[in-house]
Design a protein around this ligand. Structure first.
Ligand SMILES: [Zn+2]
Length: 275
Protein backbone atom coordinates (compact mmCIF):
# COMPACT_ATOMS: atom_id res chain seq x y z
CA UNK A 1 0.00 0.00 0.00
CA UNK A 2 1.30 3.43 -0.90
CA UNK A 3 0.42 5.95 1.77
CA UNK A 4 1.47 9.58 1.68
CA UNK A 5 0.97 12.47 4.04
CA UNK A 6 0.64 16.12 3.24
CA UNK A 7 2.32 18.77 5.33
CA UNK A 8 1.62 21.71 7.57
CA UNK A 9 -2.14 21.72 7.59
CA UNK A 10 -4.67 20.91 10.26
CA UNK A 11 -5.92 18.11 8.09
CA UNK A 12 -3.41 16.21 6.02
CA UNK A 13 -3.85 15.08 2.42
CA UNK A 14 -2.97 11.46 1.96
CA UNK A 15 -2.43 9.26 -1.06
CA UNK A 16 -2.92 5.52 -0.98
CA UNK A 17 -2.65 2.94 -3.65
CA UNK A 18 -5.70 0.73 -3.53
CA UNK A 19 -5.18 -2.67 -1.94
CA UNK A 20 -7.93 -5.28 -1.52
CA UNK A 21 -8.07 -4.51 2.21
CA UNK A 22 -8.41 -0.82 1.56
CA UNK A 23 -11.12 -1.39 -1.05
CA UNK A 24 -13.04 -3.29 1.58
CA UNK A 25 -12.53 -0.51 4.14
CA UNK A 26 -13.69 2.16 1.69
CA UNK A 27 -16.85 0.35 0.63
CA UNK A 28 -19.43 2.42 -1.17
CA UNK A 29 -22.13 3.43 1.30
CA UNK A 30 -22.53 7.12 2.09
CA UNK A 31 -23.74 8.88 5.21
CA UNK A 32 -27.35 8.06 4.48
CA UNK A 33 -26.60 4.91 2.52
CA UNK A 34 -26.11 6.44 -0.88
CA UNK A 35 -24.08 9.09 -2.67
CA UNK A 36 -25.42 11.73 -5.01
CA UNK A 37 -23.81 11.02 -8.36
CA UNK A 38 -22.98 13.71 -10.90
CA UNK A 39 -20.82 13.61 -14.03
CA UNK A 40 -18.59 16.05 -15.82
CA UNK A 41 -16.40 15.39 -18.84
CA UNK A 42 -13.42 13.93 -16.96
CA UNK A 43 -14.90 13.10 -13.56
CA UNK A 44 -17.64 11.13 -11.86
CA UNK A 45 -18.47 12.73 -8.54
CA UNK A 46 -20.07 10.91 -5.62
CA UNK A 47 -21.12 13.36 -2.96
CA UNK A 48 -22.41 12.70 0.52
CA UNK A 49 -21.78 15.88 2.50
CA UNK A 50 -24.63 16.48 4.92
CA UNK A 51 -26.01 19.66 3.32
CA UNK A 52 -29.35 21.01 4.55
CA UNK A 53 -30.97 21.55 1.19
CA UNK A 54 -30.62 20.43 -2.40
CA UNK A 55 -31.34 23.71 -4.20
CA UNK A 56 -30.09 27.26 -3.75
CA UNK A 57 -26.67 28.75 -3.32
CA UNK A 58 -25.84 26.53 -0.31
CA UNK A 59 -27.58 23.43 -1.61
CA UNK A 60 -26.07 20.15 -2.69
CA UNK A 61 -26.62 20.70 -6.43
CA UNK A 62 -24.63 23.93 -6.39
CA UNK A 63 -21.96 22.26 -4.25
CA UNK A 64 -21.60 19.35 -6.67
CA UNK A 65 -21.46 21.64 -9.70
CA UNK A 66 -18.81 23.75 -8.02
CA UNK A 67 -16.67 20.72 -7.08
CA UNK A 68 -16.85 19.48 -10.69
CA UNK A 69 -16.06 22.94 -12.02
CA UNK A 70 -12.95 23.06 -9.80
CA UNK A 71 -11.94 19.54 -10.86
CA UNK A 72 -12.26 20.37 -14.56
CA UNK A 73 -10.22 23.54 -13.99
CA UNK A 74 -7.61 21.42 -12.18
CA UNK A 75 -7.60 18.98 -15.11
CA UNK A 76 -6.91 21.82 -17.55
CA UNK A 77 -4.17 23.25 -15.33
CA UNK A 78 -2.56 19.81 -15.01
CA UNK A 79 -2.51 19.53 -18.79
CA UNK A 80 -1.06 22.98 -19.29
CA UNK A 81 1.56 22.79 -16.51
CA UNK A 82 2.60 19.12 -16.61
CA UNK A 83 1.18 17.78 -19.90
CA UNK A 84 -0.71 15.08 -17.99
CA UNK A 85 -4.16 14.16 -19.29
CA UNK A 86 -5.66 11.07 -17.66
CA UNK A 87 -7.47 9.23 -20.45
CA UNK A 88 -10.24 7.70 -18.39
CA UNK A 89 -12.83 9.21 -16.09
CA UNK A 90 -11.62 9.68 -12.53
CA UNK A 91 -13.97 8.86 -9.67
CA UNK A 92 -14.08 11.38 -6.86
CA UNK A 93 -15.81 10.69 -3.54
CA UNK A 94 -16.59 13.66 -1.34
CA UNK A 95 -17.50 12.22 2.05
CA UNK A 96 -19.39 13.70 4.89
CA UNK A 97 -16.60 14.78 7.26
CA UNK A 98 -17.82 12.77 10.24
CA UNK A 99 -18.33 9.64 8.18
CA UNK A 100 -14.91 10.10 6.61
CA UNK A 101 -13.26 10.40 10.03
CA UNK A 102 -15.11 7.40 11.40
CA UNK A 103 -14.57 5.21 8.41
CA UNK A 104 -10.94 6.00 7.70
CA UNK A 105 -9.57 6.75 11.18
CA UNK A 106 -7.85 3.37 11.23
CA UNK A 107 -5.98 4.04 8.00
CA UNK A 108 -4.01 7.09 9.20
CA UNK A 109 -2.16 8.12 12.33
CA UNK A 110 -3.27 11.72 11.83
CA UNK A 111 -6.26 13.74 10.59
CA UNK A 112 -6.57 13.33 6.82
CA UNK A 113 -8.07 15.80 4.33
CA UNK A 114 -8.24 13.24 1.56
CA UNK A 115 -6.42 10.42 -0.13
CA UNK A 116 -6.04 8.69 -3.45
CA UNK A 117 -6.58 4.96 -3.67
CA UNK A 118 -7.81 4.08 -7.15
CA UNK A 119 -10.32 6.91 -6.72
CA UNK A 120 -9.98 10.29 -5.08
CA UNK A 121 -11.51 10.42 -1.59
CA UNK A 122 -12.04 13.81 0.02
CA UNK A 123 -13.06 14.75 3.54
CA UNK A 124 -15.95 17.03 2.65
CA UNK A 125 -16.55 20.56 3.80
CA UNK A 126 -19.82 22.41 3.47
CA UNK A 127 -18.34 25.05 1.19
CA UNK A 128 -16.01 24.67 -1.79
CA UNK A 129 -13.30 26.84 -0.25
CA UNK A 130 -9.58 27.28 -0.77
CA UNK A 131 -8.39 24.28 1.24
CA UNK A 132 -10.82 21.87 -0.44
CA UNK A 133 -9.80 23.14 -3.87
CA UNK A 134 -6.11 22.64 -3.04
CA UNK A 135 -6.72 19.08 -1.85
CA UNK A 136 -8.57 18.34 -5.11
CA UNK A 137 -5.57 19.61 -7.08
CA UNK A 138 -3.14 17.62 -4.94
CA UNK A 139 -5.00 14.33 -5.25
CA UNK A 140 -5.50 14.81 -8.99
CA UNK A 141 -1.71 14.57 -9.44
CA UNK A 142 -1.68 11.16 -7.74
CA UNK A 143 -4.60 10.04 -9.90
CA UNK A 144 -2.82 11.27 -13.05
CA UNK A 145 0.43 9.46 -12.20
CA UNK A 146 -1.53 6.30 -11.48
CA UNK A 147 -3.36 6.62 -14.81
CA UNK A 148 -0.12 7.26 -16.73
CA UNK A 149 1.92 4.49 -15.10
CA UNK A 150 -0.49 2.13 -13.34
CA UNK A 151 1.91 -0.42 -11.93
CA UNK A 152 4.90 1.85 -11.47
CA UNK A 153 5.63 2.79 -7.89
CA UNK A 154 7.02 6.32 -7.83
CA UNK A 155 9.21 7.35 -4.91
CA UNK A 156 7.22 9.42 -2.46
CA UNK A 157 9.50 12.44 -2.89
CA UNK A 158 8.44 12.70 -6.53
CA UNK A 159 4.77 11.76 -6.15
CA UNK A 160 4.26 14.08 -3.19
CA UNK A 161 6.71 16.77 -4.29
CA UNK A 162 4.96 17.24 -7.63
CA UNK A 163 1.52 17.08 -5.96
CA UNK A 164 2.56 19.76 -3.48
CA UNK A 165 4.11 21.89 -6.21
CA UNK A 166 0.96 21.63 -8.36
CA UNK A 167 -1.28 22.35 -5.38
CA UNK A 168 0.78 25.48 -4.69
CA UNK A 169 0.53 26.58 -8.32
CA UNK A 170 -3.27 26.18 -8.15
CA UNK A 171 -3.29 29.17 -5.80
CA UNK A 172 -0.59 31.01 -7.79
CA UNK A 173 2.08 30.22 -5.20
CA UNK A 174 5.31 29.98 -7.17
CA UNK A 175 7.85 29.21 -4.48
CA UNK A 176 8.28 28.27 -0.85
CA UNK A 177 6.73 30.70 1.62
CA UNK A 178 8.89 32.50 4.18
CA UNK A 179 7.57 30.15 6.85
CA UNK A 180 8.46 27.11 4.76
CA UNK A 181 11.98 28.44 4.12
CA UNK A 182 12.44 29.05 7.84
CA UNK A 183 11.19 25.56 8.67
CA UNK A 184 13.61 24.06 6.14
CA UNK A 185 16.50 26.15 7.49
CA UNK A 186 15.63 24.86 10.95
CA UNK A 187 15.74 21.26 9.70
CA UNK A 188 19.16 21.95 8.14
CA UNK A 189 20.43 23.53 11.40
CA UNK A 190 19.49 20.39 13.27
CA UNK A 191 21.16 18.18 10.69
CA UNK A 192 17.79 16.54 10.10
CA UNK A 193 17.57 16.90 6.33
CA UNK A 194 16.55 13.65 4.68
CA UNK A 195 18.40 12.19 1.73
CA UNK A 196 16.36 11.42 -1.39
CA UNK A 197 16.99 7.76 -0.57
CA UNK A 198 15.25 8.29 2.79
CA UNK A 199 12.25 9.66 0.89
CA UNK A 200 12.22 7.02 -1.84
CA UNK A 201 9.74 4.52 -0.41
CA UNK A 202 6.41 4.51 -2.27
CA UNK A 203 4.94 6.47 0.63
CA UNK A 204 5.72 8.21 3.90
CA UNK A 205 3.42 5.86 5.78
CA UNK A 206 6.07 4.86 8.30
CA UNK A 207 6.80 8.48 9.20
CA UNK A 208 5.50 10.10 12.36
CA UNK A 209 3.35 13.18 11.73
CA UNK A 210 6.28 15.53 12.46
CA UNK A 211 8.67 13.56 10.27
CA UNK A 212 6.06 13.40 7.53
CA UNK A 213 5.71 17.18 7.71
CA UNK A 214 9.44 17.52 7.03
CA UNK A 215 9.35 14.84 4.33
CA UNK A 216 6.54 16.65 2.54
CA UNK A 217 8.17 20.03 2.81
CA UNK A 218 11.49 18.67 1.59
CA UNK A 219 9.87 16.86 -1.35
CA UNK A 220 8.12 20.05 -2.39
CA UNK A 221 11.31 22.06 -1.86
CA UNK A 222 13.29 19.69 -4.12
CA UNK A 223 10.76 19.92 -6.97
CA UNK A 224 10.62 23.68 -6.47
CA UNK A 225 14.44 23.78 -6.63
CA UNK A 226 14.39 21.88 -9.94
CA UNK A 227 11.89 24.36 -11.37
CA UNK A 228 13.76 27.41 -10.09
CA UNK A 229 17.12 26.23 -11.42
CA UNK A 230 16.09 24.49 -14.66
CA UNK A 231 12.64 25.81 -15.52
CA UNK A 232 9.17 24.35 -15.77
CA UNK A 233 9.77 22.89 -19.20
CA UNK A 234 12.44 20.57 -17.82
CA UNK A 235 10.10 19.41 -15.06
CA UNK A 236 7.55 18.45 -17.71
CA UNK A 237 10.32 16.57 -19.56
CA UNK A 238 11.42 14.89 -16.33
CA UNK A 239 7.88 13.76 -15.46
CA UNK A 240 7.20 12.46 -18.95
CA UNK A 241 10.61 10.72 -19.24
CA UNK A 242 10.15 9.02 -15.86
CA UNK A 243 6.69 7.79 -16.86
CA UNK A 244 7.99 6.61 -20.25
CA UNK A 245 11.13 4.89 -18.99
CA UNK A 246 9.81 3.85 -15.55
CA UNK A 247 13.19 5.01 -14.26
CA UNK A 248 14.03 8.05 -12.14
CA UNK A 249 17.68 7.96 -13.20
CA UNK A 250 16.86 7.82 -16.91
CA UNK A 251 14.33 10.59 -16.43
CA UNK A 252 16.88 12.79 -14.66
CA UNK A 253 19.53 12.26 -17.33
CA UNK A 254 17.05 12.90 -20.11
CA UNK A 255 15.62 16.10 -18.63
CA UNK A 256 18.59 17.52 -16.73
CA UNK A 257 21.62 15.81 -18.27
CA UNK A 258 22.64 14.95 -14.71
CA UNK A 259 22.36 12.05 -12.32
CA UNK A 260 19.85 12.28 -9.52
CA UNK A 261 22.81 12.34 -7.11
CA UNK A 262 24.18 15.50 -8.80
CA UNK A 263 20.77 17.18 -8.60
CA UNK A 264 20.46 16.22 -4.94
CA UNK A 265 23.92 17.59 -4.12
CA UNK A 266 23.04 20.86 -5.85
CA UNK A 267 19.81 21.05 -3.85
CA UNK A 268 21.65 20.46 -0.58
CA UNK A 269 24.25 23.10 -1.49
CA UNK A 270 21.41 25.56 -2.14
CA UNK A 271 20.38 24.97 1.48
CA UNK A 272 23.92 25.48 2.76
CA UNK A 273 24.67 21.78 3.28
CA UNK A 274 28.10 20.86 1.91
CA UNK A 275 28.31 17.14 2.44
ZN1 LIG B 1 -0.28 13.29 -1.62
Amino acid sequence: MNRCVSRATAFLAVALMLSPGLALAIGNAGADGHFERRESFHFTLFQDVDLDESGGLHGSRHFEQEVLRQLEAAYDLLDSLLSLRPGHKIEVYVWDAQIFDRRFAGLFKFPAAGFYGGAIHIRGEERVGGRLVQVLHHELVHAAFDAAAPRFSLPAWMNEGVAEWFEARSVSKRSLSGGERNALANVVRHGALYSLADLSAPSFQGFTPDAAGIAYLQSYAFINFLVETHGEHDLVEFVSAVIRSRSLERGARRAYRQDLGDLERAFRRSLGVHS
